[in-house]
Design a binder for this molecule. Structure first.
Ligand code: ADP
Ligand code: MG
Length: 930
């Protein structure tokens, strides 16, 4: 460092005559604009600005891209190498060759400074770079960096990075050291940039207070100021690595502190719990024609916990295409709805919004849920319809719905219960029959109205001797009366050894007296609670039993006490018991809480939709949510953090569930999605038909076509994907219709239709609908079909020019098939026989697992920018690399999380210094870190 400080910084053209006066100059302010330094010439300032460098700090943190060891250079190579190397030599010859008219190749031949007998000259070549020709002349010494290649007999380097060695006083900055190579720009050579940074480092004290080290001690030792010096001009490779680690950790730590504060912000902001007791959910699950996979159940439990907590949920649900995320989303929505909230479901495209609307209607309408579709072109509401239904025929029997609380096996569409709501008075049976089942109704005295708590107590009273003195089959506590189905059990044997049953009279008496006492206590009242039994009879047949059963469980809705869409908590059936086993008591409690939520909830009265389905435009249009409790966002990768923030900024904050089929690498879930908790569905439904993927050369089209027919014949449907990869790519409508005509002929007589981005939304929708209904058998489509489309009967996908698609996209496309029980086939047609294409497409033949596809994709493509970082709202990284520095990211994350865990508001004195790391929304959030 000493030697470094002594070195005079002098740019031969621009800094001439300027004396370094580090000792006497006023201290430099880190945030100071570079203009104020007065030793950087104006043209340089402009060039720096092009690199986004405006302040002292920007320049100090303009980190080297790499370093070159310029202590000594290796001998010129005689072989090719895939690793770029750094060489030094003298230019012995230059020449310009023309080819193809105006094109030029400039060549410079270099010889080693201390050649030996085996030395070969090196030819450096630049194509069409006029300025290079002006910079290089015979006699100069050059440092070049690039990959040596054998061209004929010559060793060549094409387009090497180069630097001309000038024998000036500055040589110590640029040579005989580990030299930094910067991301450069036009008008600013490595040399000039290096000189400027060198001088700047000399003027800024490493102990500058603004270079404070903002890292917890356990993460890294050393000081930030020293690390900055060492990253630019390291004394050794070890020093360079240590400095880099320090700076990467600072950068990652700052990022993780911001993420941790986002998380902590949303978890400390108290919102409301958005979770019902699960009665609606249970009904939904019972009606499903399949069992949830273990992974689905696990994820639903995780979501349920989040919904029930008072802080807001921010959860990312990852699951491969077809893993059944929609069911999970519905489960979450039902829990929120039951607690009295609205749920919004957002899809990335209109087709998907429409599809979700159709799917959700199928599942949710039977539960009496009011839904609305909101897209640019369609606004549909099923809410009004239901309103009419319930308003016009109050108390009458409805068509059976799963929402009635009757398990589907016990519903009897069309069976009308007793018409007379005023039951005729009858006496208790005159005789008791062994194993008889009775339907009993008891009214309250003077039609006294029972509070929710009283109703809860009565249910408990009914259950008190259940399975001890009787079996209770079903019960419903209405505001002023009570229905139940009961089967008395044996009580004792008489002297003769005959079985004596509990009498109904005894049982009813104990139920009444037990509950009356408790009800009066809780309501602070005295006097009779119950009237005499008003209605009872023993059940004569199974059919009779079912009718009674049905009647009791529908009573709250039929009599208008509960709204159609509403849950009625004081219902109990044996099915409930079997399902919930010991958890009944807890449920009674939550039911009571839900009842309160429902009562104060305006939704039920206003008939506002409970589920709103739309595109992401829901965010921007003035859709008014009345009481938004949950937002489900499908296909997250098309949805940025900023948009998510728009949602969560609402007061009170809704819970947010984002779903994606794109496997997200760990590094991203630590960063871009770092403020989300992650749930993973890592298991496919078992009933899936297999998907077989095959790559075929176009020359085999004939065979492929006859195969397609073997599938169309038994009724399957087919997607043909043609390669208009990007919908923004200009669509040649003529080409599309030619494509269509071709396929119509090929598949004749099976009806086909075409789908692409230029077709109007309404038409698209109609086309999809016809395909869904099976009226069209093949859909010739661009990738508008890509995400989420769910048509189980479509089992074949043919992708034309498969080489033009990315692996991830092909996997997404393939996810459209294999959704039913039939075996599915994905045929990838290609005419490209290159190694790369074969390797790529072979991945899909090998595996159906999205995570494996993603891993293979990452390897084939090599490191590159990870997707989604731009939308993360996180500052761009200056030195860290998400891919290669994952280990450091983990350490930084753990440190940040533990700080926030112990001190969620950063109030402890030792944490004060970290506060400056997390000033959100100020544009320069992280600039003070790295
Ligand atoms: P994705 O995760 O791609 O969104 P979907 O939710 O669209 O998947 O589900 C794909 C298909 O699988 C749907 O037809 C759905 O009804 C069905 N499905 C979901 N869960 C199961 C399951 N546990 N068993 C059988 N089929 C299921
Ligand atoms: Mg989906």
């Amino acid at each position: 460092m000493n030697q470094l400080r002594k070195g005079k910084v002098r740019d031969s053209e621009s800094l001439r005559g300027h004396q370094v006066a580090a000792a006497t100059a006023p201290p430099i302010d880190i945030s100071q604009a570079l203009e104020e330094l007065d030793w950087i010439p104006r043209p340089r300032l402009l060039a720096l600005r092009r690199l986004g460098i405006e302040t002292v700090e920007d320049l100090l943190t303009h980190f080297p891209r790499r370093h070159e060891d310029r202590h000594q250079f290796p001998h010129f190579p005689r072989e090719e190498s895939d690793v770029p190397i750094c060489l030094c030599g003298e230019v012995v010859k230059t020449s310009v060759r023309r080819f193809g008219g105006w094109k030029k190749i400039f060549e410079a031949t270099l010889e080693e400074s201390s050649p030996n007998a085996l030395s070969e000259p090196l030819t450096c070549r630049w194509f069409n770079l006029h300025y290079v020709q002006k910079m290089i002349a015979t006699g100069q010494h050059l440092v070049v960096f690039g990959k040596p290649r054998l061209r004929g007999k010559r060793i060549c380097m094409d387009h090497p990075e180069f630097e001309v060695i000038e024998n000036d006083e500055e040589i110590s900055i640029h040579f005989r050291r580990i030299t930094p190579i910067y991301p450069a720009t036009e008008g600013l050579s490595q040399r000039v940039l290096r000189s400027i940074i060198y001088r700047l480092l000399n003027e800024v004290s490493p102990a500058h207070p603004e270079l404070e080290t903002l890292l917890p001690a356990e993460l890294a030792s050393g000081e930030r100021g020293d690390a900055i010096r060492a990253i630019h001009f390291p004394e050794s490779w070890e020093a360079r690595d240590a400095a880099r680690e320090h700076l990467v950790l600072s950068e990652f730590f700052a990022m993780q502190m911001l993420i941790a504060s986002r998380r902590s912000g949303s978890s400390t902001r108290m919102g409301e719990a958005h979770c019902g007791s699960g009665t609606l959910l249970d009904k939904f699950l019972e009606a499903l024609p399949f069992q949830l996979t273990g992974a689905q159940s696990k994820v639903i439990a995780e979501i349920r916990r989040d919904l029930a907590a008072r802080h807001s949920m921010n959860r990312l649900l990852q699951g491969d295409v077809g893993s059944g995320k929609t069911v999970v989303a519905i489960a979450a929505m039902l829990l929120a709805i039951e607690a009295g909230y609205q749920a919004a479901f957002m899809a990335p495209t209109q087709i998907l919004a429409e599809q979700h609307y159709a799917v959700l209607r199928r599942w949710l309408e039977p539960l009496g849920i009011r839904m609305a579709l909101r897209t640019a072109t369609r606004q549909e509401d099923n809410a009004c319809l239901l309103l009419l239904e319930s308003a016009q025929i109050p108390g009458s029997a409805r068509v059976s719905r799963v929402g009635d609380g009757v398990s589907p096996s016990r519903t009897f569409p069309g069976v009308k219960p007793a018409e007379d709501a005023r039951y005729s008075r009858r006496r208790l049976p005159h005789f008791e029959k062994p194993w008889a089942i009775y339907a009993v109704t008891i009214g309250t005295k003077s039609r006294r109205c029972l509070s929710p708590n009283a109703r809860k107590i009565i249910l408990e009273a009914l259950l008190h001797f259940h399975n001890e003195r009787y079996e209770l089959l079903a019960a419903c506590v209405m505001p002023d009366h009570l229905h139940f189905l009961i089967q008395p059990w044996p009580k004792e044997n008489d002297d003769a050894g005959n079985v004596i049953f509990w009498s109904l009279r005894e049982l009813v008496h104990s139920i009444k007296s037990f509950s009356a006492h408790e009800v009066n206590k809780i309501e602070n009242k005295k006097g009779a609670v119950w009237e005499r039994e008003r209605f009872d009879r023993y059940v004569r047949s199974d059919r009779d039993l079912e009718e009674k059963f049905h009647y009791i469980l529908r009573n709250p809705w039929d009599s208008g006490v509960a709204q159609q869409n509403e849950d009625y908590p004081w219902l109990w059936t044996q099915d409930d018991e079997a399902r919930k086993e010991s958890s009944f008591r807890r449920d009674v409690e939550t039911n009571a809480r839900d009842a309160r939520a429902t009562q104060r909830n305006a939704l039920a009265r206003d008939n506002a939709p409970q589920v709103i389905i739309g595109t992401h435009a829901l965010l921007y249009e003035s859709v008014s949510f009345l009481n938004l409790g949950l937002v489900v966002i499908d296909e997250q990768h098309k949805f940025g953090v900023a948009q998510r923030a728009r949602l969560t900024a609402r007061e009170p904050a809704p819970d947010v569930l984002v779903m994606t089929a794109t496997p997200i690498p760990r590094t991203l879930t630590m960063t871009v999605y770092g403020d989300l908790d992650v749930s993973i569905i890592d298991e496919m439904p078992r009933n899936r038909g297999k998907i077989i993927t095959a790559v075929r050369d176009v020359s085999k089209l004939g065979e492929v076509l006859s195969f397609l027919r073997t599938q169309l014949e038994p009724g399957r449907q087919l997607y043909v994907i043609y390669p208009l990869i990007d919908e923004s790519e200009k669509l040649d409508v003529k080409a599309a219709s030619a494509e269509y005509e071709l396929w119509r002929e090929r598949l004749h007589p099976y009806p086909c239709e075409i789908l692409h981005g230029r077709i109007s939304a309404a038409e698209k929708q109609a086309t999809m609908e016809r395909f869904r209904r099976g009226e069209t058998r093949a859909l010739i489509s661009t990738t508008v079909i890509e995400v989420g489309v769910d048509i189980p009967n479509a089992t074949v996908m043919l992708v034309e020019n498969a080489e033009r698609f990315g692996l991830a996209q092909l996997h997404q496309l393939r996810g459209r098939i294999g959704r039913g029980e039939h075996k599915s086939y994905c045929i990838l047609l290609t005419s490209d026989q290159s190694k790369e294409t074969s390797a790529k497409l072979a991945v899909l033949e090998r595996t159906n697992n999205g995570f494996e596809v993603a891993a293979a994709d990452g390897e084939l493509r090599g490191p590159g920018d990870l997707p989604g970082t731009a939308q993360s709202g996180l500052p761009a990284l200056k030195i860290g690399n998400l891919k290669t520095d994952a280990g450091l990211m983990r350490r930084a994350r753990a440190a940040a999380m533990s700080i926030f865990e112990a001190d969620p508001r950063l109030e402890l004195p030792e944490n004060q210094r970290f506060r400056r790391l997390i000033v959100e929304q100020q544009g320069r959030t992280f600039s003070n870190v790295s």
